[in-house]
Design a protein around this ligand. Structure first.
Ligand code: PEP
Ligand code: MG
Length: 758
């Protein structure tokens, strides 16, 4: 069964188009279960009807025509119950619905499985047979498994508008207009042109691209193929003496496949059809691999690996000569499968209008960086065909997490109007820049910024930040291909410390691991967020820690506004060891003749154990700072980077709020300052609660500063405390968020709400 399942899924996935994949599915299901009929009905939600989309065994002319109301028939019943229904004689069932066009009166046995994706019923997959009988358990399990696999394919087709087109052929949208949904990450509207970035040496990630000169692309391909053939010739020569005789021909076969008369012909044909050499190579290799992987014969299936290898080899030669450097548009909407900090940094200043990532969620580091830059961002747009969108007009709606591809003029005008309103709002908030953040009755709240990219600094200063509450030192590490030297680090840190002096700058020691991997320091783990990250790495590598801390201290000479903070602390022994190393670094810097004061030190509270030991930790250092992104992730056991569980990630969860209160209490018990520097500090629905809890300072992205100042100034501390008491009696994040949003709306601040968390 498993083998059959795998083969069906592979064939269905490699179908030319969606309709064909449904047809393949019903054909194979009927065959595998030895049953006379198999059909797929998809739910047309707009009209509340199930539509017959593919059948093997029922009247083929009924496809696309037969529509069953949601609340009727056995199909409707499967959808309603959201579970399989297995009946030996369907005609006797009270919900049996006679439909003349499909000629199904001949069938008695009925088994239907719902097709569900992310809790939503998309359709029903059924099998039928003339003789009355119950399908056995293994057949039912088989159908259910296929339905779950089919769900992802249908969801993708729905997201790309294909299903809609099939339902309403005459209403199909022109010009490739399409809408995709993801996780809203930075509020705002971005309008511009898609610039797709893709990782090198990954054949599946090569985008389509129309070549300027077809003959030049063919020449590039021919020279890459020749280089590949030469590789195999040399490899063959080197290995022949040690290879058994029957393997000798292998390398000759590879060479022949890379001949311009074999795979080469197909790739050249794909170039002539209008794709560049790398895209054409991907098309052809992927088609062969899918075909081979769907074969019954194990030997042939294994050959798929060889073809992939050939493809990668040729790609490496093509990319050596022809890497398509991104052509940034004046209003660039940067798109990628999994964008990196370097991708963001490479966009020329002033050109980044929006960010779309197929992977990740609003708490991923790349999302945080984009937020720091104030760029509308949508994450986790898993269904978007990124590599086919290069150069297309795009609208990013960062409030609702929607992406509009090739929008029609009316939609574009509407969003341009929204973007204009937004600019006006920002101008009106600018008046707050030089005013301190304070509540209505004058209670002061210190607002700092989180920094990482150089570009943040000017934004932060412009936003009137009172200092840097978190400088993520890993950003310059992530943008290099080796560890930055001590001097390189000193220069970067000095610039930041000077820009903010005399205001304090809290520099966090290197926090790599988890989703912040350095290409030159790979950490491969099954469970990276629970593994070697943050201070766990740097304490195991004191040379990295000491180099960094010395660079920070040297950079602060004459300024003395440096504070140092340790990330991912789980245990007091890590605090003690970090302090010992900082003292050592200080003594060494003094020995060099550099006079600097011993910096204040702090610990991030971002692991549950640190919450419970907040006062014990606070005793040892000068301040605590809550990293609510990681703390939420670890308290709720929700991967901050996984878009599938993003709906569960909410820092307003009652358990997180209680943990925050406990951390504040722990710090204050020892008379120490406590700050919060996770994204929560810049969330309109959270900020008043944090003020009420007694956080001494809030640190957030520069783009959130004026909005938070504005909110704080509209409430008294007493009202904030009342709201906190009210939400502490609530049982879920959803209720708490609604309550806070209502409170904002009541004072006319509804427009500042981060729609994403609704
Ligand atoms: C946090 O975890 O909340 C935090 C501020 O650190 P980072 O997002 O860099 O992990
Ligand atoms: Mg963290």
């Amino acid at each position: 069964m498993l083998k059959t399942l795998r083969r069906i899924i592979q064939e269905v996935s490699s179908a030319q188009d969606f309709k064909e994949s449904l047809t393949i599915m019903v054909k194979h299901v009927a065959k595998a279960l030895g049953t006379q009929a198999s059909s797929i009905f998809l739910l047309d939600r707009r009209r509340g009807e199930y539509v017959l989309m593919a059948t093997q065994g029922l009247n083929p002319l009924a496809v696309g025509k037969v529509r069953i109301p949601m609340a009727q028939g056995l199909i409707g019943l499967v959808g309603e119950r959201e579970e399989p229904i297995n009946i030996d004689d369907a005609s006797k069932h009270p919900r049996f619905l006679q439909i003349d066009e499909v000629k199904e009166e001949a069938f008695k046995a009925f088994l239907g499985a719902p097709i569900i994706y992310h809790r939503q019923v998309l359709g029903v997959l059924i099998v039928q047979q003339p003789e009355p009988r119950r399908y056995d358990e293994s057949e039912e399990a088989f159908l259910v498994t296929l339905a779950t696999q089919l769900a992802a394919i249908i969801a993708h087709a729905e997201a790309t508008g294909v299903v809609d087109k099939l339902f309403n052929k005459h209403e199909a949208k022109p010009n490739g207009e399409a809408v995709y949904s993801g996780i809203p990450s930075t509020v705002g509207v971005g309008i511009g042109t898609a610039v797709v970035v893709y990782p090198l040496m990954d054949l599946d990630a090569v985008p389509d691209h129309e070549p300027e000169n077809i003959e030049a692309e063919i020449r590039l391909l021919e020279s890459a193929l020749a280089a590949g053939r030469e590789d195999f010739r040399l490899l063959g020569e080197r290995l022949y003496p040690n290879l058994p005789l029957e393997e000798h021909s292998l390398f000759e076969v590879y060479q022949r496949m890379l001949d311009t008369t074999d795979l080469g012909v197909e790739i050249i044909y794909a170039i002539r059809r209008g794709n560049w050499a790398q895209g054409a190579l991907r098309e052809v290799i992927q088609a062969h691999v899918s075909k081979l992987e769907a074969m019954d014969n194990e030997y042939l299936r294994e050959r798929a690996i060889d073809i992939k290898d050939l493809g990668h080899r040729v790609l490496s030669y093509l990319q050596r000569n022809d890497r398509m450097l991104p052509q940034y548009a004046e209003h660039t909407i940067l798109m990628g499968e999994a964008l990196t900090a370097a991708d963001l940094a490479e966009v020329p200043e002033g050109c980044l209008a929006g960010v779309i990532s197929a992977k990740g969620s609003s708490s991923s580091h790349i999302a945080i960086l984009a937020r720091a830059m104030g760029v509308p961002t949508v994450m986790g747009v898993s269904d978007i065909p990124i590599y086919g969108l290069q150069g297309k007009a795009i609208i990013v709606d960062g409030y609702y997490g929607q992406i509009y591809v090739s929008p029609n003029p009316t939609l574009r005008e509407e969003f341009e109007r929204l973007a204009q309103e937004e600019r006006e709002l920002m101008v009106s908030l600018e008046v707050l820049r030089d005013q301190p953040a304070q509540t209505k009755e004058g209670s002061r709240v210190i607002l700092m910024v989180n920094a990482g990219l150089g570009a943040d600094v000017s934004l932060s200063l412009a936003a009137g930040a009172e200092g840097v509450g978190l400088y993520r030192t890993e950003t310059p590490f992530l943008m290099r291909d080796r560890f930055p030297s001590s001097e390189e680090q000193r220069v970067i840190y000095r610039q930041l410390l000077m820009s903010f002096a005399p205001r304090p700058v809290i520099m966090r020691t290197l926090d790599i691991g988890g989703d912040k991997a350095l290409s030159y320091f790979p950490v491969k783990e099954d469970n990276p967020f629970l593994g070697w990250r943050g201070v766990r790495i740097t304490l195991d590598h004191p040379e990295i820690f000491l180099t960094q801390v010395r660079a920070m201290m040297r950079a602060s000479q004459g300024l003395n506004n440096l504070r140092i903070m340790f990330p991912m602390v789980t245990d007091v022994s890590e605090v003690d060891e970090s302090i010992r190393l900082v003292k050592k670094a200080h003594a060494e810097v003094l020995e060099e003749g550099i006079q600097i004061e011993f910096p204040e030190m702090g610990v991030m509270v971002e692991v549950p154990s640190a919450v419970y030991q907040a006062s014990t930790i606070a005793k040892r250092v000068d301040f605590l700072s809550v990293g609510s992104n990681d703390l939420t992730q670890y308290l709720l056991a929700v991967d901050r980077n996984n878009s599938r569980v993003a709906n569960l990630f909410d820092s307003l969860h009652p358990a997180v709020l209680r943990a925050l209160l406990q951390a504040v209490e722990g710090a204050h018990q020892e008379g120490k300052h406590i700050s919060i520097c996770g994204e929560m500090a810049g969330d309109p629905a959270s900020v008043l609660l944090l003020v009420a809890m007694g956080f001494d300072s809030l640190s957030m992205s520069a783009s959130s500063l004026s909005r938070m100042k504005w909110i704080i100034s509209h409430f008294t501390k007493k009202k904030a405390c009342k709201l906190l008491q009210e939400v502490l009696g609530m049982e879920s994040a959803v209720m708490i968020r609604c309550h806070m949003e209502l409170a904002l709306e009541q004072v006319g601040l509804g427009g500042l709400i981060r729609a994403g968390k609704r």
